[in-house]
Structures are given as structure tokens and as C-alpha cells.
Design a protein around this ligand. Structure first.
Ligand code: ADP
Ligand code: MG
Length: 321
């Protein structure tokens, strides 16, 4: 199959068409309209087989997750997703694989009204998926990492540590599957957390005019909150028992539990800060949607507490280099 028929078969007309697209797949470039009162928000995330997902992952999940992690970045700014561009480096032309992979892309794009407007396809020894996501936000409304204020409540959008726990169940010491079927033995909620993370688009938008700062949790809560603190020039107190997590994590020894919660990655929940006043207002408007886990303080660094006692814990999120 030629590169062109591959693109035509699997990617053209795959997704919903967006009203802001003037020209989609098929020419040298796509052309889009930016609403006059909006700014364009863009990001890129690359997933490499064997590094970001185990080789045995089903292609539908690979397609879904590679879009999800990008939409999560848009969510963390408060943006509304518009479109993606797909850079695909493939070891071979496996039609069955491509069919399932593109179905995963289509499912999440249609769930969030996102259009696949272009991309590039090449051959390479290692399967690599690089996605650029585009979104819109009203001028000046984006929520950045740089604006956390002393006295802000630190919140997360849901369970933390689930994806890391799921990964620990399927991987042995060497980073490979414990056995060929271990990925299929995960319970539904663990499979969803690891393979089908849900970008918090709606919450990100609801937090506009509420949150002072926001980030999505991809590398671990400790490290990602650390980015907010560093970029805002502030410190934080975290109350560990307030961090929401699934029951399976509560069954672990505390050290292991908080290893997953603070240092595990891949949750794609949002972590954000807002004033006490805005926190109360938001909770009245949208009850039980956000979870307070700490507060922003003047003293730099991250202080951890458990049952009001200070805790010593080594924060070390996912790092590539
Ligand atoms: P060019 O050679 O001009 O760069 P290509 O032949 O690479 O163009 O691509 C032709 C069209 O197909 C373009 O519109 C491009 O955006 C689109 N395309 C190529 N690969 C992909 C892909 N993996 N996903 C979506 N669109 C793609
Ligand atoms: Mg060209």
C-alpha cells in the first residue's frame, strides 16, 4: 500500500469536521479560521513504543491515549480543543493495526469534537506517534503555571496514582510485561486509568475565572505541582491524607501508596490553585467536583504532612534524561 492510499484509507474523513476548518487533509497544508475574540493554544506530545506504552498495548488504546494526553494539555490551560495533526512513524504497513489505531483516534476526536486536519506518515524502526493539538481560548483567559498566589487552595480533579498502580501490576523489574497476558488481567478501572485517560476539558473550562494557576498531572503530582510552585515563586503545604485515590492504593503500605500518588505519572488529572473565596464559590456552583489537598505558602519548596505531622519524602517524578 502506498503512503497516499494509507492516508486516504485510514485518516481522511476519519473524524468529525469542525466549523473552523477551511481546508482539511489532502493539500500541502490545512487552513483554519481563528475566532476573532480567541487566541490559538497549541501543544505537542510524542509517544514512543516501549517507552510511553508497552509494545503489547492494543492499537485502539494507543490511538486514543496519544490524543488524550494532548487534549489534557489543552485542558490545563482552560482551552477548548479544535484539531490535531498526527505525525506517525511506523515500522510496517499493518492494515489491521492501522484500522484499530485510527478507530482509537476517531473515538476520542469525536468524543471531544476534534478534527484530524493533517499530519505526516513515515517509516521508522520504532513506532512513534507525535501529535500536535490546537485549541481556542477567549483572549486573556488562559490559566498558566505562573500565577499561584499565597493563600490559594491547591486542588486536584480526581483520583491520583491509579495509572502508576496499574503499570506496577503489569510490569516486572526490567520494565517489560510480567507475562504476556498481564495487561489483559487488569480490572476495568485500572485499564481505563492507564490506557484510556480522560482529558479534563470541561473542568478546565469551568475553572476559567476561578483558578489562578493550573497544570495537568503527567509526570507525577509532586513534580507537576513543583512546576507551578517554581514558576509562581511560591511554596506549598500538602496534606497527604486529603489526596483522593482508589481503594486499592489504600491497601498498600503508606510508603508504596505515596510513591504512586506523588511520583507516579500518567494520571492526566488537573492540579490547580484558587483563592479560598473562589474555592467556596466554585464548590457552591459545582459541588463535589474538586478536591482540596493543600495550600500555597510564601516559604519556597513543598512541605508534606500526614495527620498534621511533617513527612519526609523524596519527590522524583518521571524524567527522561
Ligand atoms: P506533503 O508531501 O506535501 O508533505 P503528504 O503526502 O505528507 O504531503 O500528505 C498529504 C496529506 O495527507 C496532507 O494533507 C497531510 O496533512 C495528510 N497526512 C499525511 N499523513 C497524515 C497522518 N498520519 N494523519 C493525518 N493526515 C496525514
Ligand atoms: Mg507538500
Amino acid at each position: 500500500m502506498s503512503e497516499f492510499s494509507l492516508i486516504y484509507t485510514h485518516f481522511q474523513h476519519l473524524t468529525h469536521t469542525h466549523q473552523n476548518t477551511v481546508l482539511g487533509i489532502g493539500d500541502d497544508c490545512a487552513i483554519s479560521r481563528i475566532p476573532y475574540d480567541c487566541e490559538l493554544v497549541s501543544c505537542m506530545d510524542t509517544l514512543v513504543a516501549g517507552r510511553h506504552f508497552v509494545h503489547e498495548t492494543c492499537p485502539h488504546a494507543i490511538g486514543y491515549k496519544s490524543v488524550a494526553v494532548n487534549l489534557s494539555d489543552l485542558a490545563s490551560m482552560g482551552a477548548t480543543p479544535y484539531a490535531i495533526l498526527l505525525g506517525l512513524s511506523l515500522p510496517n504497513h499493518d492494515n489491521d493495526w492501522l484500522k484499530e489505531f485510527s478507530r482509537g483516534i476517531a473515538d476520542i476526536c469525536n468524543e471531544f469534537q476534534v478534527e484530524l486536519i493533517g499530519g505526516d506518515t513515515t517509516k521508522s524502526d520504532i513506532l512513534t506517534i507525535s501529535i500536535t493539538a490546537l485549541g481556542f481560548i477567549k483572549k486573556g483567559e488562559s490559566i498558566k503555571r505562573t500565577n499561584a498566589k499565597i493563600g490559594d487552595v491547591i486542588c486536584v480533579s480526581g483520583h491520583i496514582g491509579t495509572a502508576s498502580l496499574a503499570l506496577s501490576y503489569i510490569l516486572g523489574e526490567n520494565g517489560h510485561l510480567k507475562h504476556t497476558n498481564s495487561i489483559n488481567e487488569l480490572s476495568n478501572n485500572l485499564t481505563t486509568a492507564l490506557q484510556y485517560p480522560s482529558p479534563q476539558i470541561k473542568l478546565g473550562q469551568q475553572l476559567i475565572n476561578y483558578a489562578n494557576s493550573m497544570i495537568d498531572i503527567s509526570d507525577g503530582l509532586g513534580q507537576d505541582l513543583g512546576h507551578i510552585l517554581k514558576n509562581s515563586g511560591v511554596g506549598a503545604k500538602l496534606y497527604l491524607e486529603n489526596i483522593p485515590c482508589i481503594d486499592e492504593l489504600n491497601d498498600l503500605p503508606l510508603n508504596k501508596k505515596y510513591q504512586h500518588i506523588l511520583n507516579g505519572g500518567d494520571d492526566y488529572q488537573l492540579c490547580f490553585t484558587l483563592s479560598k473565596h473562589k474555592f467556596d464559590e466554585f464548590n457552591t456552583l459545582y459541588p463535589n467536583l474538586i478536591y482540596p489537598i493543600g495550600e500555597i505558602v510564601e516559604k519556597q519548596g513543598l512541605e508534606l504532612f500526614f495527620d498534621n505531622q511533617p513527612v519526609d519524602f523524596d519527590i522524583k517524578g518521571w524524567e527522561h534524561f
